[in-house]
Design a protein around this ligand. Structure first.
Ligand SMILES: *Cc1c(COP(=O)(O)O)cnc(C)c1O
Length: 834
């Protein structure tokens, strides 16, 4: 919280318009995510492809009245608003938050390193939130923008701050240090990640060490030789200045003497017991994880707790309860056509706001419900805490609130004060479960958010729709990554049309379309009218092009604002007639030209008739003119591609000339975008690449496969030599074999061509080859070499470690066919960063 006047002064700004001094509570950089507009400051950041200044109007419309800008604004367009003008809005944000930080004298922990920053931060929060009122970075907010937004969350009642810092090039840590000013530092580890900007490892370490310039204590693992050496030199350097260093090192090691000497790691089932010596005393903790990264992260936390003098007994108790940090929120199909956002491990204001934003994005539902347990937010009296929660929920488009737990039960009246919000309360999770059948959930978007002790996973089982064992998991964050990979390849101003035809290449319908709309693509394209109508019904408002509209659906297209691809005179005449009947004018249409693909489209000799038909036609307006490349991915066809492009140029030029206005021109699909940067025209049509499959052969390192197809082991059998497996005895057993039957078959879209040893699946990250033929609903795999495999285990059919391109090669087809062939009975589950 800071007065606007103070922000203006501290950011070295001037008032472009000043109306009233307001206490700012929230900083906003995205006009779609606003909690309390009246007390928010909108910071217009300027990024290469996204200029915050162009969202000022939208933030103003939502009620925001305070703006930090770096460009002249016509402030008379925004009556009643304050505008602070600075040279650089990002620098200004960093400046005033650094000043803000100075007001707090509580201990602050700063975390950097190549891996584990977010997990260590979240775990420290889990471990310490019983003992301290904590402010921490939301999600992985560790960048030049994320750090000031995190530190801003410090409030007077806090007793501890935990913030992470990440850098990608030299010079960046200086800024972050000034803002975080950590007292206690944690250097998690050093790896090769993000080393592009650095000359070598040492330079990278030294840059990161800048974060601890003013720290009193620094925790790190002295088993990393490079890190250890750099640290020794760093201390030496400080000592060189003559004074004793203020910075004390707190080391841990599995190999040699250290402050915390790790003496033994023992794996017991799914847990690890970690034994160590600290100040001459033998200590131990047990964590519910076995992987090396979790062990390393836990030891860093252990050191921190020892430094903070948390009693060993409390440390042990909390360590046993550590739980996985959900980096992303999972969207599942709920009962009665509901959507369920499952966030059942965390319950504090920071994570609640993230989840509420995500709930609000579920525009496919008109009704939204929040189910919340009592919160673990110490430091704030219940009254103030729940008043804030009630307001945050009432302010959003949320219709129903279900509060569970004694504290919420007592705070009923705070929620009931908001008349439009229906609220129901239960004293315990058990009571809620008993009465669950009385609460109706129907086409609802449900956020389930509870502290761990409330055991909401029991509720989530009841609210989740039962799923067939085989699921296709769609990672929407990966899709956003892929979108950005392509966006950086097209010039600013070139529009992006995203192809969501064929059920988004098999990935789902409105979930994908909605994520793309939210990400700001310019156009969507479907194959058929009904696909477009389904998107409109789900609340998609972007322009939608329909590639194969049949004339019988023209009336519905117009009613639902869907734009037809017009590829011959007949469809143009029929569409014009319908537009006339429905009395619409200048309805957007898209003219398809045939430049060599010879599928759909006007040929050169048909252009004169097209001109005649379009001239004086007041019912339609050509929104775009396009053509499709036959071999954009194939270097052997580049000459043909150039011929197509030349034909496209000449045909579209004469069309534009005739029209007297300029429609958008577009030619490139995914591979075309990557391989033919000179052919982007006004818009590109992005399909396959969006789903993380590289058809171009030049992008594979950057794209992330969006889909993971998983199933489970239904049964395991031990077979003797001489026996056979499956239909027609095609699977031969020549040595003692362990065979797993898995729940996927050709009816799910798993091609028969993959049988008899052609393909493998992954079980416990290890390959298991197919034995015998693929059946309709099942197939059999060899798990002789995977003794840990057991019934019920997860099987990866394809995913990042077993790419679709590999499967499609095995099946002698292309990824497009594999993806769109996954049958509709396979449930789609969506994951996303909150
Ligand atoms: C499907 C399609 C695309 C997208 O192609 P990708 O190779 O998947 O990127 C582009 N344009 C048209 C006309 C299409 O039919």
């Amino acid at each position: 919280m800071l007065a606007a006047q103070q922000i203006c002064a501290w950011s070295q700004g001037t008032w472009m318009a000043f109306h009233a001094d307001i206490v700012i509570e929230e900083l906003i950089i995205d006009s779609r995510k606003i909690n309390e507009p009246e007390t928010a400051l909108f910071i217009a950041l300027k990024a290469p492809r996204r200029d915050g200044h162009s969202f000022i109007a939208s933030a103003y419309d939502k009620g925001v009245r305070n703006f930090l800008v770096q460009e002249e604004i016509n402030t008379s367009d925004y009556p009643g608003a304050n505008f602070i003008l600075v040279k650089d809005t990002l620098k200004a944000l960093q400046l005033f938050v650094a000043q803000y930080r100075k007001q707090f004298s509580i201990p602050v922990i700063g975390i950097t390193g190549s891996n584990g920053k977010t997990v260590v931060k979240e775990w420290l929060f889990q471990l310490l939130s019983n003992s301290f009122s904590i402010a921490r970075s939301p999600k992985s907010y560790n960048s030049q923008i994320g750090v000031p937004l995190s530190v801003w969350l410090l409030e007077p009642e806090n007793e501890l701050g935990i913030f992470e810092a990440g850098i990608s090039q030299p010079g960046e840590m200086e800024n972050l240090e000034r803002i975080i000013k950590p007292d206690i530092g944690i250097f998690t580890n050093i790896g090769e990640a993000h080393s592009e900007g650095f000359m070598n490892l040492r330079q990278k370490i030294n840059e990161k060490l800048i974060l601890f310039r003013n720290a009193k204590q620094l925790i790190y693992c002295s088993d990393h030789p490079e890190l250890n050496e750099a640290m020794a030199q760093y201390i030496h350097q400080i000592k060189g200045n003559g004074s004793e260093p203020d910075l004390q090192l707190f080391t841990w090691s599995q190999k040699h003497e250290a402050d915390l000497r790790i003496t033994r790691l023992e794996q017991i089932d799914s847990k690890t017991k970690i034994e160590g010596q600290y100040q001459g005393v033998d200590l131990a903790i047990t964590i519910p994880f076995t992987d090396p990264a979790s062990v390393e992260n836990a030891i860093h936390c252990w050191c921190t707790l020892l430094l903070l003098k948390v009693p060993q007994q409390e440390i042990e108790k909390q360590m046993e309860q550590l739980h996985t940090v959900a980096m992303r929120l999972e969207l599942r199909h709920g009962i009665n056509d509901s959507t369920l956002i499952n966030d059942t491990y965390n319950s504090d204001l920071t994570s609640l706001y993230i989840a509420l934003d995500y709930l609000e994005q579920q525009k496919q539902h008109n009704h939204r419900t929040v189910i919340l347990s009592d919160m673990l937010q110490i430091g704030k009296p219940d009254m103030l805490l729940y008043e804030e929660v009630a307001e945050a929920i009432a302010r959003r488009n949320i219709q129903r609130f279900i509060g569970i737990g004694p504290a919420l039960y007592k705070s009923k009246s705070l929620f009931r004060a908001h008349k439009k919000l229906r609220s129901i309360f239960f004293k315990s999770t058990e009571e809620f479960i008993k009465k669950l059948h009385l609460v109706d959930f129907d086409k609802d978007a449900i956020l389930l958010k509870g502290a761990r002790s409330f055991r909401f996973e029991k509720v989530s089982i009841l609210l989740e729709q039962e799923v067939h064992q085989t699921v296709l998991s769609i990672d929407l964050s990966a899709m956003m990554n892929n979108l950005n990979v392509f966006r950086t390849r097209v010039a600013p101003g070139v529009k992006v049309m995203a192809m969501v035809k064929a059920f988004s290449y098999g990935s789902g319908s409105y979930e994908v379309a909605y994520a793309l709309q939210y990400a700001g693509v310019d156009y969507l394209t479907v194959a058929y009218t009904d696909e477009g109508i389904a998107l409109r019904k789900a609340g998609i408002s972007l322009p939608i092009m329909v590639m194969s509209p049949d004339s019988g659906s023209f009336d519905r297209m117009i009613a639902w604002k869907l734009e037809p691809e017009i590829f011959n005179l007949r469809s143009l005449e029929l569409f014009t007639r319908m537009a006339q009947t429905m009395q619409v004018k200048e309805y957007p249409i898209h003219i398809k030209l045939d430049t060599g693909m010879h599928r759909l489209g006007f040929m050169v000799h048909e252009l004169p008739d097209l001109f005649t038909e379009l001239a004086q036609n007041e019912h339609v307006k050509v929104a775009s003119v396009f053509s499709h490349l036959a071999g954009s991915e194939d270097a052997g066809l580049d000459e043909f591609t150039r011929q197509q492009a030349a034909a496209f140029r000449s045909m579209s030029d004469s069309l534009t000339l005739q029209l007297g206005y300029k429609p958008y021109l577009h030619l490139c699909n995914s591979a075309g975008i990557a391989r033919h940067p000179e052919l982007h025209f006004d818009m590109v049509r992005l399909g396959l690449g969006l789903y993380g499959v590289d058809g171009s052969g030049v992008l594979h390192d950057e794209l992330i496969q969006v889909g993971t197809l998983k199933t489970t082991i239904a049964q395991i059998k031990e077979l003797d030599p001489g026996e056979t497996v499956g239909y027609n005895r095609r699977g031969k057993v020549d040595h003692p074999m362990r065979i797993a039957t898995i729940s996927i078959g050709y009816a799910d879209g798993y091609p028969r061509a993959l049988g008899n040893g052609t393909a493998h699946v992954l079980i416990h990250d290890k390959p298991a080859k197919l034995v015998g033929v693929v059946c309709m609903d099942m197939c059999m795999v060899d798990v002789t070499g995977i003794p840990e495999a057991k019934e019920g285990d997860e099987v990866i059919v394809f995913g990042r470690e077993l790419p679709l391109t590999q499967l499609s090669q095995w099946a002698d087809t292309i990824p497009y066919e594999m993806m769109t062939g996954i049958s509709q009975r396979v449930k789609r589950v969506y994951v996303n960063e909150g």
